[in-house]
Design a protein around this ligand. Structure first.
Ligand code: PHE
Length: 496
């Protein structure tokens, strides 16, 4: 009885038709008799084997092919041939032959031995070669066999008894002949395959719906071969977005779904916006060259207006009690965080209320390690309004993290020059089994908001996206996100 679920496609039918129930047919024979392509047969027999419609046998066969010295000799002659040619050219002894450079020092002994064995030459006691008998047009057995094997591998069973004797001699020479072992596959059709083929042959089948079938209406009269939608297929790896880009998109959606609006800012900022307006004193450790990339010869990206400069300078003088220098504030930096972007927005727009976020690259002059990169991505959010409080800030964090599937979080007091109070979120990394720091946050100090005339309190937070990516993808080394390991990228599940 034939399993009615099993269907055959055209390739399978063609292969089955060319198989016998008793005599095994080889792969190469199938190519000839079916006129199918190599890959079609490969796939076809895999499907048929899987459905148990054919029986596959294999046998190991030996082949011989030329190795490097064999190939060289094919084109330039065996060493003994090159020797005799050199003698015929007038070279009389070993040193003359060697100076001819057609034979290497490592070949000279074998060349002499073989030429003597072939009865071509004699070596006199005075070291001179003498030709005994030689006919240029007669090849030695070894030369004949090398030509026979030529560039292709030859199966052992195509070699005559004489060939096999000669082969032994050639195999003794280093790197002349390679013995290759190969598995040859043979196929016979199974009982089940035979039944299904018979059943299948009764009805003529069309494999494709053509324009002609459609326009003539003939599609109504023909029957189509069934498609086996569960047939195994080769795995394909379609192009997809990088996991980090996916995460950035997801974060963007999380913000938007919470009612935030995205803004963008420049990668190059003046120290004024990156540090000074954020009440970071000019001798602060973060402003040192070891931590920050300064851009040479690019003094100003944007001139803040003089009242702004006046106010910020005043704020530093009062708050930190030192002489604030305008030159330092003019130096351009690759932004070390995204906070200048939101701060500048607040200073330009001075909104009474706003929910804003930004995402982008930041740069820090740090030693690269499993947890540090010199270039990474940050997100930054702010909420401003008349009555916003620290509780709101913590609530927003909770909501935001839970949208990304992070539930285990806690808040920890910390310090930033521009916020008071300042907090840090810690989230639990199940992989590392420990709490890790995530975002920094706080309420902008009056020393920051007053000089810029920002009307209401501002809740602000920011932090690295790669950290979240490590959690999400179970990585212990942040560099793994940038090494383009194809295996990892291909096999990473798109939807978690
Ligand atoms: N800018 C801080 C950082 O890069 C994070 C932060 C943003 C802290 C806003 C407080 C307020 O780590």
């Amino acid at each position: 009885m034939v399993d009615s679920e099993v269907t055959l496609n055209n390739i399978e039918v063609t292969i089955l038709k060319n198989l016998d129930i008793t005599t095994p047919v080889g792969f190469d024979e199938l190519i000839k008799s079916t006129s199918l392509g190599l890959d079609q047969i490969r796939r076809g027999v895999e499907w048929l084997k899987y459905k148990e419609l054919i029986v596959v046998d294999d046998k190991t066969e030996f082949f011989y092919e030329l190795d490097s010295n064999g190939i060289y000799s094919l084109y330039n002659g065996l060493p003994e041939r090159r020797l005799i040619n050199s003698i015929l050219d007038g070279k009389k002894n070993i040193s003359e032959v060697l100076s001819d450079k057609k034979i290497g020092p490592s070949e000279i002994n074998i060349a002499i031995a073989k030429a003597k064995l072939n009865g071509w030459i004699k070596l006199e006691t005075n070291g001179q070669f003498e030709i005994i008998h030689h006919n240029k047009s007669i090849q030695s057995d070894e030369e004949i066999l090398i030509n026979k094997i030529n560039k292709y591998k030859i199966p052992k069973n195509e070699l005559s008894n004489l060939d096999l004797i000669t082969l032994k001699k050639l195999l003794k020479r280093p790197k002349f002949i390679k013995e290759v072992e190969e598995k040859i596959f043979f196929y016979t059709i199974s009982e089940k395959g035979l039944d299904l083929l018979k059943e299948n042959e009764d009805i003529p089948k069309e494999s494709k719906l053509t324009v002609e079938l459609l326009s003539t209406g003939n599609w109504k009269n023909v029957s189509f071969s069934k498609l086996d939608v569960q047939a195994p297929v080769p795995i394909s790896y379609p192009g997809k977005k990088h996991p980090l880009t996916d995460l950035i998109d997801e974060i963007r959606h999380a913000f938007i779904s919470l009612g935030f609006t995205e803004i963008e800012g420049d990668l190059v900022q003046s120290s004024f916006w990156n540090f000074d307006a954020l009440f970071t004193p000019q001798d602060h450790a973060a402003r040192e060259m070891q931590d920050t990339f300064y851009i040479q010869n690019l003094v100003e990206t944007e001139n803040p207006d003089s009242t702004l400069i006046q106010n910020v300078s005043q704020s530093h003088k009062l708050g930190w009690n030192y002489e604030w220098k305008i030159e330092d504030s003019r130096r351009s930096v690759l932004r070390t965080h995204t906070t200048p972007v939101t701060l500048k927005y607040l200073s330009d727009v001075k909104p009474d209320e706003a929910k804003i976020f930004t995402i982008g690259r930041v740069f820090r002059n740090e030693k690269v390690s499993y947890k540090h990169l010199v270039e990474f991505n940050q997100i930054e959010g702010i909420v401003t309004g008349k009555d916003v409080t620290l509780r709101d800030l913590m609530g927003i964090q909770k909501e935001f993290y839970s949208k990304l599937g992070i539930k285990k979080i806690m808040f920890w007091p910390t310090f930033f020059p521009y916020t008071e109070p300042s907090l840090q979120t810690m989230i639990y990394n199940d992989n590392l089994e420990k709490w890790v720091e995530l975002f920094g946050m706080g309420i902008f100090r009056p020393e920051v908001t007053k000089p810029l005339n920002i009307p209401n309190p501002v809740l602000a937070w920011g932090g690295g996206i790669e950290r979240i990516a490590m959690l999400r993808y179970g990585l212990n080394d942040v560099r793994d996100l940038y090494t383009n390991d194809m295996n990892w990228l291909r096999n990473l599940t798109k939807c978690l």
